[in-house]
Design a protein around this ligand. Sequence first.
Ligand SMILES: C[S@@+](CC[C@H](N)C(=O)[O-])C[C@H]1O[C@@H](n2cnc3c(N)ncnc32)[C@H](O)[C@@H]1O
Length: 294
Amino acid sequence: MLTHLLTLSRFAALSLVAVPVAPLIGAAPGKFVIVGMGTAPDLMTIRAQRVIASADILMAEEGNIRTMWPELAAGKVVWEWPHNLRKYYGADPERLTDPARRAEAAKVEQIRHGLVGKIATAVKSGKTVACLQSGDPMMYGMTLFLEMLPAEVPTQIVPGIGAFQAASAALKRSPPYGYDTNAVILTMDDWDGRVDKNELLMRAGSTMVFYTMNLDYPRLFGQLKQHYPPGTPVAVVIDAGDPARERVVRGTVGRFLSEVDHRALPVNRHMLFVGKFLNSGQARKDFTPRITER
Ligand SMILES: C[S@@+](CC[C@H](N)C(=O)[O-])C[C@H]1O[C@@H](n2cnc3c(N)ncnc32)[C@H](O)[C@@H]1O
């Protein structure tokens, strides 16, 4: 028994030496966790709930905690970042010639560095910082923290049910089943500087799924008409995953613009799906011969 106790106390001493930054004996070390919150409160994972319950600090884009997850913030410190946090990320402010843009870029960069510095200090002092993001953080989410934090800061990502998964479920058809295509292209509008332009992506006729941030519908449908037959089905899913508000609006490539008032669609709360999968379902042109003919 005595030997046992001695071994244990030696182990405790070793642990103290090996983990000098731990704030208290036995306390869990801090970490930075990006948490995918799903597209609706009841689409949060159990892992997300556990991480948030154990977090000391919650972070999110400004207004999101108050509007979407207020009850989770009780008793926690809350940090918010401005909507434009990712603007000019990766650009060198010194190379911007317009003084107003240069000043804005420098200001946002300062905010990013300030925030990342706060995260690193909190984590090093043993705190867990949970960064809440709607849907799945790895789809057009705010992941730059992972690139900016020093490598020694422990990080984790809790995946969430994103708009793509929730909207596919609303459609009750699986996007990769395109009858004679297998691929799904997840994309958005052509913003300045992109080389994988949508017209290039359309050439193979794969299923296309658009995250609709500022989507230019007339331009996009002009392009779709060049590459997809006019009868190709189209669907818009609004408020995917929200049991009370979810809605599906259907059309075709040829008639969508005349039949659907795209200007009335709620900004940032809808996704656009284009492809044969909407009608063909799981039917395959090839009927998977390598499996069925053996
Ligand atoms: C910046 S992206 C973030 C997506 C998020 N990370 C996700 O995985 O759901 C925002 C876009 O996702 C889509 N979106 C987000 N939530 C949605 C929802 N509940 N229903 C439909 N589309 C949604 C919209 O196209 C919106 O413009």
